[in-house]
Design a protein around this ligand. Structure first.
Ligand SMILES: *Cc1c(COP(=O)(O)O)cnc(C)c1O
Length: 408
């Protein structure tokens, strides 16, 4: 693909880019033979064979899209990385990791040094908090947690030692939407790096680099793969940070297996239709729940009551299929009774797959900078590709069981 064709590709709608991206002729065809197959095959490799010693000596480690050694990737993973890069118009490149947590760690360890201060959003994913309170603390990085709704006021927390700001919007348990452009602007002015966990929206709903963020992290495990059968993470960076991200990933030996990259590529092609359908169904279920007497509050970025809803309406191109609600009363046992009685919602961690899930979550103990004002036991819902009327009917019957447990 010539540079010129590349430029045109970036102007096309995201759904079109998802179909075209990463399918270079040299990864899907045979030399000297026109045409080729549709999907890049699985290129499994550790050893790469060279023609002779001169060829081996001439190979440059780190040259993009040249076979060198298996750890440096092969066309299957290059294709996925390139496709993810093409989803972010401001991106320079993407590295792949064996999980979302590995990607988060990869971004942190690329940027942070002993003595640095690191601003971390208080609503962040639990394992990200564990990295800050564990590994980062051990290597002398001080984490300061901040209110997800802080916006441009984050300037007050920035010091000479602040090296990076981590965002996650919306939070994947409590769904506060951050003012991403305001925080990115404060950081840019001061030479502070911004990185976002963009797993909920993906670049499809929030092209974060276009809003001034430097580094966008995905747990591809969720929507990119979309079928609940692969663990993977990615880090996409702008021109200024791309070399740093790539070099650190290479140093740490981070990569994704070609089989997993192939499955993630397959998932990526249908990302737009899955997210559109799951998003529409989730919003319909959220609105239905909002009108129910058994529900105290629904936390869904597209509903006006959600903290940060205005930022969502301004910055996002839609809503994903993950949200939460609080029950109007009861405790642990009654919440468990409700979830156990749902026939169509699996009980398990993770989300973004094609199947619906329900999970009891307790965010209060996962905060230090802000207090979680709980109105009732919280249930997080991943809406899958089932018919939404069936999902609503399922909740209807489960609420009957819950009311019985509550003696109502
Ligand atoms: C699941 C998740 C991760 C971690 O991804 P894994 O692939 O499970 O390691 C990171 N961030 C968010 C918001 C997640 O939901």
């Amino acid at each position: 693909m010539s540079g010129q064709e590349d430029d045109k590709a970036q102007e096309r709608a995201p759904a079109t880019r998802l179909v075209q991206a990463g399918r270079r002729a040299e990864w899907t065809g045979m030399p000297g033979q026109p045409g080729g197959i549709v999907n890049p095959p699985v290129w499994r490799a550790s050893t790469i064979l060279y023609e002779n010693v001169a060829h081996l000596r001439g190979a440059v480690m780190g040259e993009p899209h040249k076979l060198y050694y298996g750890r440096r990737g092969a066309p299957t993973s290059w294709s996925l990385a390139e496709a993810l890069t093409q989803m972010e118009p401001e991106a320079a490149g993407t590295m792949l990791y064996p999980s979302g947590v590995a990607a988060i760690m990869g971004a942190m360890l690329a940027v942070l040094r002993p003595g640095d201060e690191f601003l971390m959003v208080d609503s962040t994913y639990g394992p990200s908090r564990s990295l800050c309170d564990g590994l980062l603390r051990e290597i002398g990085v001080t984490t300061i947690y901040y209110d997800p709704l802080i916006g441009g006021e984050i300037a007050k927390l920035c010091t000479e030692r602040t090296r990076a700001i981590f965002l996650e919007s919306p939070g994947s348990l409590t769904f506060e939407v951050q003012d991403v452009p305001a925080i990115a602007a404060v950081a840019r002015e001061r030479g502070i790096v911004t990185m976002i966990d963009n797993t909920w929206a993906t670049p499809l709903l929030l092209p974060a680099l276009g809003l001034g963020v430097d580094i966008s992290i995905l747990a591809c495990t969720k929507y990119i793969v979309g079928h609940s059968d692969v663990m993977m993470g990615s880090v996409t960076a702008n021109d200024a940070l791309w070399g740093t991200i790539r070099n650190r990933a290479h140093m740490l030996g981070q990569m994704a297996s070609p089989d997993d990259a192939w499955l993630a590529l397959r998932g990526l092609r249908t990302l737009e239709v899955r997210m559109r359908r799951q998003g529409e169904s989730a919003l319909a279920l959220a609105r239905w729940l909002e009108a129910r007497p058994e529900v105290a509050r629904v936390l869904h970025p597209a509903l006006p009551g959600c903290p940060g809803h205005d930022a969502w309406a301004r910055d996002f191109r839609g809503a994903a299929g993950l949200f939460a609600f609080e029950l109007a009363g009861g405790g642990e046992a009654e919440r468990a009774r409700l979830i156990d009685n749902l026939a169509l919602f699996g009980i398990g961690y993770s989300w973004g797959g094609f199947e619906s899930l329900a999970l009891p979550v307790d965010p209060a103990n996962l905060r230090t900078a802000t207090r979680w004002e709980e109105r009732g036991p919280l249930v997080r819902i991943n809406v899958g590709l089932e018919d939404v009327d069936d999902l609503i009917a399922d909740f209807d019957q489960a609420f009957t069981q819950w009311r019985a447990a509550m003696g109502r």
